[in-house]
Design a protein around this ligand. Structure first.
Ligand SMILES: Nc1ncnc2c1ncn2[C@@H]1O[C@H](COP(=O)(O)OP(=O)(O)OP(=O)(O)O)[C@@H](O)[C@H]1O
Ligand SMILES: O=C(O)C1=C[C@@H](O)[C@@H](O)[C@H](O)C1
Length: 304
């Protein structure tokens, strides 16, 4: 019982309470230093678990599923209007809720693959909370940024904190988790993530390098460089990381390949895929996984 309470307190930053449910999102204060490292205001977002009136309205209005989406739109290579994307996503997410049955969704993928961006969208439509495991590690080290943790204590220390964080998250439920890009390298982390459903966002390295070099590498210590051609240097480092850990991502329960989505939509590359379209594919992969495995985890969160 005491352990349960302690855990609950530690993760009150992630688990919704009625207080959070009444507000669209809550942000934790962070040190100025942490903000500077990230180059933008950072926060841990808590999404209300209850559906809003808008969501209820959309859920009622949505009539078709992604599978049933009119073929000409998918085949034309042009995106449907974003309202349609939102409706499809909402509809699909409502369909999959009974299958995922409260289990956490872990997004894995290389740095910059969109785990945070897609994770926030997905958590909102599912009525789940959103958590970024890097942010939780930062909080566990008194608000020290990931870059500073690497600098001060080394990567091994960071990896231990990351595993501890995933272990704690494995005891929670109704959460979409954006994992650290390197979480896949430790087998023990897969054991923790196995309590939920893991989805690999598979994004071509060139697209990752474009995204990351556009925002800078300050907050990503394994990619950081002080000078030179940002795109090429980032691509080289990403390629080296990929050689070391590319295979590990395939341990995920499901894979969402941006190249495959682009091909399905008739796009030449992945640049124009909106986060909502990718979130729809993640939802489809979740339902596919749940329906085909019939694995309903009853031993973890239900006893929490
Ligand atoms: N579908 C997309 N199209 C274009 N840019 C995107 C897309 N998804 C995410 N991005 C951009 O790519 C960058 C990285 O995205 P995000 O932070 O979501 O990735 P991440 O996987 O959480 O990264 P990290 O593991 O390094 O924290 C951000 O600048 C984001 O705006
Ligand atoms: O790919 C990685 O190894 C990392 C990714 C980031 O999310 C952080 O977890 C950290 O910068 C290490």
């Amino acid at each position: 019982m005491e352990a349960k309470i302690a855990l609950k307190m530690q993760f009150s930053a992630c688990i919704d309470t009625d207080k959070f449910a009444r507000r669209p999102s809550v942000s934790l204060p962070f040190s100025q230093k942490l903000r500077e490292q990230h180059g933008h205001p950072i926060s841990c977002h808590f999404q209300p678990r209850r559906t809003s009136n808008w969501q209820k309205h959309v859920a009622l209005e949505a009539s078709g599923s992604y599978r049933n989406f009119p073929a000409p739109i998918l085949e034309s290579g042009s995106f449907p209007p974003s309202l349609d994307e939102a409706l499809i996503l909402k509809n699909k997410s409502q369909e999959i809720l009974p299958y995922i049955d409260g289990r956490c969704v872990y997004l894995v993928g290389m740095m910059g693959s969109g785990k945070t961006t897609i994770g926030k969208i997905l958590s909102e439509v599912l009525g789940y909370s959103f958590c970024d495991s890097d942010t939780l590690v930062e909080l566990a080290v008194k608000g020290t940024s990931v870059a500073e943790i690497f600098n001060l204590y080394g990567e091994g220390f960071f990896r231990n904190k990351e595993s501890e964080t995933l272990q704690k998250l494995s005891l929670t439920h109704h959460m979409v988790v954006s994992t650290g890009g390197g979480a896949v390298i430790r087998p023990i982390n897969w054991k923790y993530m196995a309590k939920g459903i893991s989805v690999w966002l598979d994004v071509p390295l060139e697209a990752l390098a474009r995204r990351i070099s556009a925002v800078g590498t300050n907050s990503r210590p394994l990619l950081h460089h002080d000078s030179g051609d940002a795109y090429n240097r980032t691509l080289t480092r990403l390629s080296n990381l990929w050689k070391e850990r590319g295979d590990a991502y395939a341990n995920a329960n499901a894979r969402v390949s941006l190249e495959e989505i682009a091909a399905k939509l008739g796009h030449r590359d992945v640049t124009n895929l909106t986060p909502t379209v990718i979130a729809i594919e993640v939802s489809l992969s979740l339902s596919f996984h749940s329906i085909h495995t019939h694995t309903h985890n009853t031993s973890s969160w239900k006893h929490f």
